[in-house]
Design a protein around this ligand. Structure first.
Ligand code: SF4
Length: 386
């Protein structure tokens, strides 16, 4: 057993009783929380436990079950209808040139807001003996050039199994990009071992979409694991979920984006939390997200500004949302405001068309500015002595 597997087995907390022993039975009401616990697995690794500074803080909220999880409201089990777009087990094929490949049913630490809680926590939920039909599907669909390995957390697989997956995917000529969606660098940084870093280099280009929601998650150990991945040539991005009480604050988000960049991780998406059953108490308004985007764009480097998206409920895919910068747009001009709210006008280009006649081409204006353009052209010809 590897060191990181021992950490999962021996040093993590995976029962309410142990959690109460650590934080106090007055804080953790074991019986009250049991239905939430039974509904969705709980586990906190030492890294997740260390990141909790006090009861109720942003890290606590992400990992410790609450009775609010049982208030389903309008949440749904498979809010993105991933199963509806699943042609064979473990594959979701929604977008034209890429596919999601669920390769692991387990995570190091379980997040209470998880969209895939229906799929994770129990090894039976993603049968690992069903890879074959997934590979066959990927082989047959030559339009797929990008495969996103996800789960659960793919990094919970052994190096041997990961290498098997990389080999199978790399044997399919049309697959150009392999992405790993993983929260391991914050939950179990010890998993990024020298052996993994050496192995992964054989299968580039490999991208890792990390997942950080709060700047406090970028602990020295997490940053060191990101550094190891960068040195191994893995391109790093980050997905962040907008969560009430965790990061629904422009200053917190700005700090998170800056800390990510310092660790050579490019912020990629901020997601609205999905309408998942059990996660209603984490949701905030779209306006709050737009307000945060407005506080980022222009006020800090574009590198620190990810796309803000809603993953459409029911399976419509990701849709980017932008604050309202454009006030008016017509054939002549666009009127907009900048990040400070100042108004500017951008002139539209003259609408031109190219007319080709027997080898000779000329540019003539259409719709507007016709006379002005003719006068200008005549003047230019006279000036050049034509
Ligand atoms: S690590 Fe990802 S898949 Fe696992 S519980 Fe958290 S959000 Fe869900």
């Amino acid at each position: 057993m590897s060191d990181w597997q021992k950490i999962i087995k021996d040093e993590s907390i995976a029962s309410l009783e142990k959690l109460a022993d650590k934080f106090g039975h007055d804080v953790i009401d074991v019986e009250a929380l049991r239905p939430a616990f039974e509904n969705f697995q709980m586990r906190l690794t030492p890294a997740a436990l260390d990141a909790i500074k006090e009861v109720g803080d942003p890290m606590w909220q992400q990992y410790v079950p609450t009775v609010e999880e049982l208030d389903v409201v309008d949440g749904v089990i498979d809010s993105l209808d991933e199963d509806g777009d699943s042609p064979v087990p473990n594959i979701t094929h929604r977008y034209p040139d890429r596919a999601l490949f669920l390769v692991s049913p387990i995570c190091a630490t379980y997040c209470r807001f998880c969209t895939r809680r229906r799929k994770v926590g129990d090894p039976e939920k993603i049968p690992l003996n069903q890879y074959d039909s997934a590979f066959e599907y990927l082989r047959q669909h030559t339009e797929i050039r990008d495969v996103i390995m996800s789960g659960g957390d793919p990094m919970m697989l052994s190096d041997r199994r990961l290498e098997y997956l990389f080999q199978q995917l790399r044997a399919i000529p049309h697959i150009e990009i392999i992405r790993i969606g993983s929260r391991i660098t914050s939950h179990l940084p010890e998993r990024i071992t020298p052996e993994f870093c050496e192995m992964v280099q054989k299968y580039h280009p490999i991208f890792m979409n990390t997942h950080f929601n709060h700047p406090d998650e970028l602990t020295p150990a997490a940053v060191a694991s990101l550094d190891r991945l960068s040195r191994a040539g893995v391109s790093l991005g980050c997905q962040t979920v907008l969560l009430k009480g965790v990061n629904d604050d422009a200053k917190v988000m700005m700090k998170l984006m800056h800390e990510l960049l310092k660790a050579r991780v490019r912020p990629y998406y901020i997601y609205m939390a999905d309408q998942v059953a059990g996660g209603e108490h984490f949701r905030t308004t779209v306006q709050k997200g737009l307000e945060i985007m407005q506080a980022l764009r222009g006020w800090t480097s574009g590198l620190a500004v990810p796309q803000f998206v809603i993953d459409s409920p029911g399976g419509g895919g990701k849709v980017p949302l932008l604050p309202e910068y454009v006030e008016e747009i017509n054939d002549d001009e666009v009127i907009f405001r900048n990040y400070e709210g100042k108004r500017f006008t951008y002139k539209q280009p003259r609408q031109l068309t190219v007319v080709a006649e027997q080898g000779e081409s000329d540019v003539v204006p259409i719709r507007r500015g016709k006379k002005k353009e003719r006068v200008a052209r005549t003047k230019r010809r006279k000036a050049s002595g034509e």
